[in-house]
Ligand binder design. Structure first.
Ligand SMILES: [Zn+2]
Length: 446
């Protein structure tokens, strides 16, 4: 009997001797005019669709039969609520463990609002709210469909990796007036590319960049520069799926940008998309390193601590005379004093690490991570085989490095209230994240 079990295990492992990959995409373009995401202030209702927006999934089954899935989305971000709904569904229906599901968004600012993402930004009428809720339900449905479809078309595949460069990203912290000129101008212009081939034919391209998808800011639906890049790549390689991963672009914008002339802005944005696509094409045309499994997936959580905020009396004093977002921010904290006793003094911060047998590693961070994290972790764990994803899981807040936190400005300080947090992070923020990443990378190498 024992021999039989061993024999069948040997058989199944040899049957899975090669990695398998499945890919799928699902259109999430809205079917009606919906509130647009990404910019605070007056609610913007969508007027036209420049090109469709997508969810795209890549399922990787390794030599041991373990399945891991990456879903990319032309969305501005997700909330904890969205992540829970999608991940629970994927576990229940497809037995996909949480640590083996990476949910990345491109941080696209030309997409509809979903669920409660960045809720402080918006003031909806009942009609707008209903359109937003209808759209959100459609998005959940599509997440389910795209994961199911990717799992269904798993095929033996060869995976390879290499990186290029593209000069679109500018450190935007320097663009906010004379007092910001002295801020550090760090950028990460790497274009990591993972290519998947089956029977010699390119089936999927997973590529990334560290830069806000904010070249557009009008009333149209599109995937911004990342959307244009994906379209160009799918045209270039017929039958393939191009998936964009947002990396640590928290403090980078595509610059220059055009505002107030949408036709010109779309032209410039498509040019940025072309530059990025060209960088990817050059990587694919040159030799790439083969990647093999098995894929070790680990996930952990750390806590990021917030500085003390305002007292209830101070908040109540501030409230009169405020309107719009500023008012909602203060009301939210007053509410937290009433419902929770006080606004929370910390946030949970999930991190995922996937390590491939050949040594190649994905580090997936939560929220709007600034560029320093990408540069730091590639420096620590290998420039040539480490890929640092930002913008996974809950959009959370900007995630400053110690440098950015000390400099202050929007990403270190002013942006926190927009995300519903009582104050900026304490100076332990970078250490908390770095220590947890180190622990998880170590674990992934065991
Ligand atoms: Zn942002």
């Amino acid at each position: 009997m024992r021999n039989l079990v061993v024999a069948s295990m040997l058989f199944s492992s040899s049957a899975l001797a090669q990695m398998q990959v499945g890919v799928a995409k699902a259109d999430i373009s809205p079917q009606e005019s919906v509130p647009l995401a990404g910019y605070g202030g007056k609610t913007r209702m969508s007027q036209e669709i420049v090109h469709p927006i997508w969810l795209k999934a890549m399922a990787i089954r390794d030599e041991l039969g373990q399945t891991s899935v990456i879903v990319t989305a032309d969305l501005v971000g997700m909330s904890d609520k969205m992540v829970d709904i999608i991940a629970e569904n994927a576990f229940k229906k497809y037995r996909l463990p949480r640590e083996r599901l990476i949910l990345n968004t491109s941080h696209n600012h030309s997409c509809p609002v979903t669920e409660d993402v960045l809720w402080i930004y918006y003031e909806f009428s009942d009609q707008e709210l209903a359109a937003k809720d209808r759209y959100t339900q459609m998005v959940y449905q599509r997440y389910d469909e795209v994961i199911a479809a990717a799992l269904k078309n798993l095929k033996p595949a060869e995976i390879s990796f290499e990186q290029g460069l593209a000069g679109i990203a500018v450190n935007r912290r320097r663009s906010r007036g004379p007092e910001t000129r002295a801020f550090g101008g760090q950028v990460d212009q790497d274009v990591p590319v993972l290519a998947v081939k089956s029977e010699g034919k390119l089936r999927a391209i997973l590529f990334g960049y560290s830069c806000h998808t904010t070249a557009l800011g009008g009333l149209s639906i599109s995937g911004d520069y990342a959307g244009f890049a994906q379209i160009e790549l799918e045209k270039q390689y017929p039958g393939s799926l191009a998936m964009f991963v947002q990396n640590c672009g928290g403090d980078a914008n595509p610059l220059p940008r055009i505002r107030g002339n949408e036709a010109e802005a779309v032209k410039l944005t498509s040019m940025y998309g072309h530059i990025l696509a060209e960088a990817v094409k050059q990587v694919i045309a040159a030799p790439m390193k083969a990647i093999s499994g098995p894929v070790k997936a680990v996930m952990g959580e750390t806590e990021l601590f917030l500085r003390p905020g305002l007292s209830l009396a101070e908040l109540q004093q501030k409230l009169p005379g405020l309107s719009g977002m500023a008012k909602t921010e203060i009301e939210h904290q007053i509410n937290q004093y009433k419902t929770l006793g006080a606004p929370p003094d910390r946030v949970n911060y999930p991190i995922q690490v996937w390590r491939f047998g050949s040594g190649f590693t994905f580090i997936a961070l939560t929220g709007e991570t600034v560029v320093d994290y990408s540069l730091k972790f590639k420096g620590l764990y290998g420039w040539n085989d480490t890929w640092v994803f930002g913008y996974n899981n809950d959009l959370l807040s900007y995630v400053p490095s110690l440098r950015v936190l000390k400099e202050g400005g929007y990403e270190g300080d002013a942006g926190m209230a927009e995300y519903g947090h009582r104050a900026p992070y304490t100076e332990t923020v970078e250490k908390q994240i770095s220590d947890k990443v180190e622990e998880l990378v170590k674990k992934s190498r065991e």
